[in-house]
Design a protein. Structure first.
Length: 226
């Protein structure tokens, strides 16, 4: 189940503007991305969809805060953006965990294999980035790396608690979100990357879209009982 087509088209246009538009258009389009996804999700999930929908909505709202903050310059804007996305990842993780039936320890080996891959990659990237961050940002960046890894693990542990389509869509979206953040951190703290802005934003925009699409698919498959 995709977000409502009208909003999907608007989101695609905002994504294109964010990626290839002139600077003022890029900024304006970036500020529209999460409101469009949030409106799409709220319309698609309907009223009374439960705690899951509230948590996903919160994740999108705090992602918007992160997007807007990162339009600024300097460590202050970066710290606010980091805080916004940290809360977003925690909210996503909490939402995904509502689908983990029987508790984390009772999930199938496939789910834990995927989760182990997320942890390993997150640990490798996180350790590399943290070692290069300024002292004032070491703890926030380390907390952020932990939060985003937890979000990826929670997405992996949904395997048995939702449909195959919802699981695959959300998990792919979560991993693209992680890739986007890893590219952003590597470009800022490790070494400049070629076409970094386009790489960061394209993986981010697609990742967020897939997460929302997968969450809507879950609500449809579960009869909006999330």
């Amino acid at each position: 189940m995709l977000p409502p087509p009208f909003f999907a088209l608007l989101y695609a246009a905002a994504t294109a503007g964010t990626l290839v538009g002139p600077a003022p258009i890029r900024s304006a389009c970036k500020c529209l991305l999460m409101p469009l996804l949030l409106a799409s999700f709220r319309l698609g999930s309907g009223a009374g969809a439960g705690r899951f929908a509230v948590l996903v909505s919160a994740a999108l709202a705090f992602s918007w805060l992160g997007d807007v903050a990162l339009l600024g310059d300097g460590d202050g804007a970066f710290a606010i953006g980091l805080a916004g996305f940290l809360v977003a990842h925690v909210a996503y993780a909490a939402a995904f965990l509502t689908h983990v039936r029987g508790g984390p320890t009772r999930q199938p080996l496939t789910a834990w294999t995927l989760a182990a891959g997320v942890i390993a990659c997150g640990g490798l990237v996180g350790t590399t980035v943290v070692s290069r961050t300024p002292p004032s940002l070491t703890v926030p960046v380390a907390l952020y790396a932990t939060a985003i890894s937890a979000m990826g693990v929670a997405a992996a542990l949904r395997l048995r608690g939702t449909s195959a389509a919802s699981f695959a869509t959300v998990f792919l979206g979560a991993e693209l979100f992680i890739v986007s953040d890893a590219l952003l951190a590597a470009n800022r703290f490790v070494a400049p990357l070629p076409a970094a802005r386009v790489a960061v934003m394209s993986t981010y925009c697609l990742g967020q879209f897939l997460i929302v699409a997968g969450c809507l698919r879950h609500l449809r498959d579960a009869g909006r009982g999330g």
